[in-house]
Design a protein around this ligand. Structure first.
Ligand SMILES: Nc1ncnc2c1ncn2[C@@H]1O[C@H](COP(=O)(O)OP(=O)(O)OP(=O)(O)O)[C@@H](O)[C@H]1O
Ligand SMILES: [Mg+2]
Length: 360
């Protein structure tokens, strides 16, 4: 993995922090864990190290939630991170796997097309024909490799795959074994193996987890940021990190514009203005923190490459409309109304009013 890759996994980007934490970490570590549970929480939430040095915060939010999540992984129950889209479920799961196992890449992206072979194991048919069923002909999935190595396996968007496929996990979670009837053997999970699943509240109805499976997961719900300051701080921080990672052209700090983006997102999401005085219609789009970050990054790229070197109403407008208007008819009406009743009335938002009108 080198610097030229578009995206490097957490354990590569934060290798220094993980190493520094490992050196001073003298609390007991569960078998096959790279760090103790306390150190994993420090890695996620940030903090100062005893001997000097600092760990950056990866997740901004409630410490108790993260402690519960990490503690769960040290038990025989699996962890399910639940929440609205863009509440950092995948982000937290990647960082937890990186800190605990030093490897966040044992990942299965669950979709409607995921079948049992992608969860349990598949066959290399050339080998199968040549040699018959044998261990060499077996294609191990990330789940199988995680069980053998005693590592954390990530299952993204668990509820998107069919219920019958989900239920293959029951034996793995309750017996900690993966039977291979064709070879008359089984893979027994090493200590340190566990699963982090993520699922989206909005997809709840897609393929809801069976109650048998639900019982084997401890659910931790990641909430939306509680207030405006927290959400803006997350966006400012992530935009800075992502923008410099993408090597976007240098621009003036955009904190003030980010305040406006987050205000618009929160107001439309909550269906009322921040001061609670006016009720608003809500669009069909999710308007998550993740999208606020994406809007700002888009505006940064536009401002850096085509604009005056600072994010302004002009570079924000197109990106904002793109994020809010997902349904060209309904959402456009909602935004139009918001524009006329709220944006127009705010004196220092006149530039934004004009710019959005131009693109809507
Ligand atoms: N509380 C938070 N602290 C730090 N980063 C956050 C927070 N909330 C959102 N983010 C940022 O939002 C981005 C998107 O998060 P992520 O993709 O993990 O969301 P998700 O919950 O998995 O969404 P989805 O349900 O769409 O898969 C990440 O870059 C993450 O840093
Ligand atoms: Mg996700």
């Amino acid at each position: 993995m080198s610097e030229t890759h578009l995206r490097r996994p957490a354990e590569a980007v934060f290798a220094d922090e993980l190493e520094a934490l490992g050196k001073i970490d003298d609390s007991p570590r569960p078998a096959n864990w790279r760090l103790s549970p306390q150190a994993v929480v420090t890695y996620l939430l940030g903090g100062k190290l005893k001997g000097g040095g600092e760990i950056t915060a990866k997740y901004v939010g409630n410490r108790r939630l993260i402690e519960t999540a990490v503690a769960t992984l040290a038990t025989d129950r699996a962890l399910l991170l639940l929440g609205l889209p863009g509440t950092a479920k995948s982000w937290v799961s990647e960082h937890m796997a990186a800190a605990i196992s030093g490897d966040s890449q044992l990942l299965i992206q669950c979709t409607a097309g995921t079948d049992e072979n992608q969860i349990r194991y598949g066959w290399n048919y050339a080998q199968l024909l040549a040699k018959g069923p044998s261990r060499e002909a077996l294609v191990a999935t990330p789940l199988m490799r995680g069980m053998e190595a005693g590592k954390i396996v990530r299952l993204e968007e668990l509820t998107r795959m069919g219920s019958d496929v989900q239920d293959t996990l029951i034996t793995v979670l309750s017996e900690k074994t993966l039977p291979i009837p064709e070879l008359n053997t089984a893979v027994f999970a090493e200590r340190g193996f566990n699963i982090i699943g993520t699922a989206n509240n909005r997809d709840k109805g897609v393929n809801e987890l069976s109650s048998a499976l639900k019982r084997r997961f401890n659910v931790v719900v990641l909430p939306l940021p509680s207030d405006m300051e927290e959400e803006a701080a997350i966006v400012v921080k992530r935009v800075r990190e992502l923008g410099s990672g993408l090597e976007l052209p240098e621009i003036a700090p955009a904190d003030k514009e980010i305040q406006r983006v987050v205000t618009i997102f929160r107001e439309l999401r909550d269906g009322q203005t921040l001061n609670g005085k006016m009720k608003l219609k809500t669009p069909s789009s999710t308007l998550s923190t993740a999208e606020a970050i994406a809007v700002t990054i888009g505006a940064w790229s536009e401002a850096g490459h085509f604009g005056a070197g600072a994010i302004d109403a002009g570079s924000l407008a197109g990106n904002l409309v793109g994020a809010i208007v997902k349904d060209p008819v309904q959402d456009a009406i909602v935004l139009q109304e918001y524009l006329e009743t709220v944006v127009r009335e705010r004196k220092d938002w006149r530039d934004l009013y004009g710019a959005i009108r131009e693109v809507l």
